[in-house]
Design a protein around this ligand. Structure first.
Ligand SMILES: C[S@@+](CC[C@H](N)C(=O)[O-])C[C@H]1O[C@@H](n2cnc3c(N)ncnc32)[C@H](O)[C@@H]1O
Length: 232
């Protein structure tokens, strides 16, 4: 009896998501379902963090970061993020990183500058988080270091390190270019770089496309706004 009910529920869920996807397809949109227990538990965990931290990523983007951090478990090197705002995405990384070291960079005064390449939705001073709020949001995790200032002027303490995972969420052309210039050569083989807003922020897309023109790695576009690089 219980098995019949479980099967009926699964069928109902499947036909519901098919119907919603059919309706959304006219808007070139889709929903992603996290149906099995393993994925549902992770989704719930990340969703709770999102609500607690004012996270600016959508659930599937948070899920991608979580899984990518897990996937780099055996790769040598530290982790880093540039563009942390209130620490929402940093906490997603923390949930997956175990005891590995994470370096976090932000101005805590918002976006430092925008150029004519950048989408008009961004402006200097936007997304100013506070240092203390981020510290509070991340207080339960070990081996996490915060650096305040415009990256890469704050990069000195990590200039001799290697990296297994880095996340950029800096919104603009200049900041994305600086992040790529700094981290690319410091990524371990098999390490992963993810950026938010590859789709949706012209400056971010342009910075990636220019930077990887003469590199062997591919820019992998992911559903929603992110892109991913797997270092060769
Ligand atoms: C969209 S917010 C980050 C959101 C955060 N990742 C989240 O998901 O909740 C962008 C952040 O990038 C930071 N930022 C942009 N360019 C930067 C740079 N060159 N150095 C340091 N921080 C930068 C801004 O201060 C802002 O906090």
């Amino acid at each position: 009896m219980t098995q019949i009910l479980i099967n009926a529920k699964a069928k109902l869920r499947m036909s519901l998501s098919k119907t919603v996807n059919y309706i959304l397809s006219s808007q070139r949109a889709t929903i992603i379902s996290y149906n099995d227990k393993y994925r549902r538990d992770i989704f719930d965990r990340l969703n709770r963090i999102g609500k607690e931290t004012d996270l600016l990523l959508c659930p599937s983007e948070a899920y991608t970061i979580f899984m990518a951090v897990k996937a780099t478990e055996k790769i040598k090197g530290d982790l880093a993020e540039v563009g942390i705002y209130k620490g929402g995405s940093s906490r997603i990384i923390c949930e997956a990183k175990g005891l590995r070291t994470l370096h976090l960079f932000d101005t805590f005064e918002g976006i430092p500058e925008v150029s004519s390449i950048d989408s008009r939705q961004f402006f200097a001073g936007q997304y100013a988080g506070t240092f203390d709020e981020v510290k509070e949001n991340l207080k339960n995790y070990e081996n996490v270091y915060l650096y305040k200032g415009v990256f890469p002027t704050t990069s000195d303490p990590i200039k001799n390190k290697r990296f297994s995972f880095v996340h950029f969420d800096v919104d603009t052309y200049l900041s994305t270019k600086e992040c790529l210039n700094f981290f690319y050569e410091r990524m371990s083989k098999g390490g992963i770089m993810i950026s938010h807003d590859y789709n949706g922020a012209e400056g971010v897309r342009r910075a990636f496309q220019e930077f990887f023109t003469d590199k062997p790695e591919h820019i992998i576009e992911i559903a929603n706004s992110q892109c991913m690089i797997l270092k060769f």
